[in-house]
Design a protein around this ligand. Structure first.
Ligand code: HAM
Length: 423
């Protein structure tokens, strides 16, 4: 036998019944972000490498070491998109969207590619759900985007996630702070971790993010980004926080949060979940005031975020309404001699009746072990049993596979029961 071809390391197949959960999460994203005015954009999966070099920034890990890049047959340098913000800004400029009434609100859902070391929650092809608000108005736009994020997380069943928020200041504040930080760290260079030594030359701000305990100890005496902020940046951050307070949104100020992409200005944020281990960020985002201009458009205030869909689904609460919407078909199983009836049976009549009311339903096998194995593989949450006895009595037995509760119901009450328990 020839050797089997396997999926590429860091990629994976998404299979049913999980794909139904993915589809339900995406439907909720379209619905909730749609309420905030975000409409879908689909950009190509590959772009000119130059876009990400200019957009995401040469000093970022993404551009430095994680891109899937190749030369195509025409000798063009091409990269599989590692993120979608740069592409959205390119499209905004390319299609003259800056001439539309502002702000323009865009939503995207799709795969991204980064050549990182695979581990739990980290894939080489992963999926993001993101929104970008372009042509906005500073802090008010940041708040709008954060409100949309919280509404979405609530809609899919998260109630206790905290937003970590920080400011990286405007361009001038950041340049000032960078200088102070480098002068402080330069004499300590030899004591820094290897990674931070490299970053000292390429992207010193990222040292604040370091996980190394030695680095953390050295940073304790470092100048603070906060102290280097311009008055404008300080007011911007205060305005965002007071609006979040006003709307009762839980957040924590995380002074070390600087994000790994170069385009951010002022507000940055992340959502982390303890259930994820080392790769704990479910969502990252922030404002980026210079990116559209960098890509050839007019000066444009923009803000957005991307949610890692793979990680989000990993920690989706078990009671999430999304799971309910993604449940597999109800199974209708025959009891007693009904199993031997020809094709137009009372069983098929029941299945059709349930389908006509809007549920997916399938006839299941009579043997219990086969029935439950099928239910599990389909992600079903309910089995209806119909035997000769039930048929004679005008009843049906309904078993809830989540609670394992079983009840005998009058046929006339079945639909109301399904409506109450399974929709
Ligand atoms: P990012 O922080 O690089 O930001 O990625 C956003 C999210 O994508 C992360 O929080 C994580 O959940 C997920 N993610 C990233 N890399 C991987 C991976 N290798 N495997 C699984 N999940 C991953 C951005 O991409 C920015 N474009 C976000 C943004 C939009 N900022 C402004 N607008």
């Amino acid at each position: 036998m020839p050797p089997r071809v396997q999926s590429v390391k860091g990629t994976r197949d998404l299979l049913p019944p999980d794909t139904a959960v993915w589809a339900a999460v995406e439907a909720t994203a379209r619905e909730v972000f749609g309420r905030y005015g975000f409409r879908e954009i689909r950009t190509p999966i590959f772009e000119e490498t130059e876009l990400f070099v200019r957009g995401v920034g040469e000093s970022s890990d993404i551009v430095g070491k994680e891109m899937y890049s190749f030369e195509d047959k025409g000798g063009r340098r091409i990269t599989l998109r590692p993120e979608n913000t740069a592409s959205v800004c390119r499209a905004y400029v390319e299609h003259g969207m800056h001439q539309l009434p502002q702000p323009v609100r865009l939503l995207y859902i799709g795969p991204q590619f980064r050549n990182e070391k695979p581990q739990k929650g980290r894939y080489r092809q992963f999926h993001q759900i993101g929104i970008e608000l372009l042509g906005g108005r500073g802090a008010a736009s940041d708040v709008e985007v954060l409100l949309a994020l919280v509404a979405f997380l609530r809609a899919i069943g998260f109630s206790d996630l905290t937003i970590l928020i920080n400011t990286v200041g405007d361009k001038a504040s950041r340049a000032r702070f960078k200088e102070q930080l480098v002068s402080y760290l330069e004499p300590l260079r030899e004591k820094l971790s290897e990674e931070s030594r490299v970053r000292l030359a390429t992207n010193p701000l990222r040292i604040l993010d370091s996980k190394s305990l030695e680095d953390k100890a050295l940073l304790a005496g470092a100048p603070s980004l906060e102290a280097a902020l311009s008055d404008e940046s300080r007011q911007h951050f205060e305005a965002v926080r007071s609006a979040l307070d006003h709307f009762g949104i839980a957040y924590r100020v995380a002074p070390g949060l600087v994000r790994g992409l170069d385009y951010y200005t002022n507000t940055v944020f992340e959502v982390v979940s303890e259930g994820l281990g080392a790769q704990d960020a479910i969502c990252g985002g922030g404002a980026y005031e210079g990116l559209v201009e960098e890509l050839g458009g007019p000066p444009t205030y923009a803000v957005g975020f991307a949610i890692g869909e793979d990680r989000l689904i990993d920690v989706l609460p078990p009671e999430s309404a999304v799971r309910r919407n993604a449940a597999g078909p109800l199974l209708v199983a025959p009891g007693g001699r009904l199993a031997n009836r020809p094709s137009v049976s009372p069983l098929l009549e029941l299945v059709e009746e349930v389908r006509r009311q809007g549920w997916a339903a399938l006839e299941g096998p009579a043997k219990k072990d086969r029935l439950f194995a099928l239910a599990e593989s389909l992600g079903s949450t309910c089995v209806l049993f119909l035997g000769e006895e039930e048929l004679a009595a005008g009843t049906v037995v309904c078993r809830d596979l989540r609670s394992r509760e079983q009840r005998s119901l009058l046929r006339a009450d079945l639909m109301a029961h399904l409506q109450r328990e399974f929709s």
